[in-house]
Design a protein around this ligand. Structure first.
Ligand SMILES: [Zn+2]
Length: 56
């Protein structure tokens, strides 16, 4: 059993580090919760959700 990582039980308390990036789709400046990789396109929230395959 693994019970060592349960300190508090919440994940929302620690603020994520945001990185500024330019959306490869709409070219808007956006912030992403991960470090943008050089050479890889970064999408803003909107474009990212737009690119997700939609269920019908
Ligand atoms: Zn975008």
């Amino acid at each position: 059993m693994e019970g060592r990582n349960r300190s508090g039980g919440r994940f929302n308390d620690s603020p994520r580090e945001m990185h500024k990036a330019t959306c490869a789709d709409c070219k808007n400046e956006c912030e992403v919760p991960f470090k943008p990789t050089e050479g890889k396109p970064v999408y803003c929230k909107e474009c990212f959700s737009k690119r997700k395959p939609q269920r019908f």
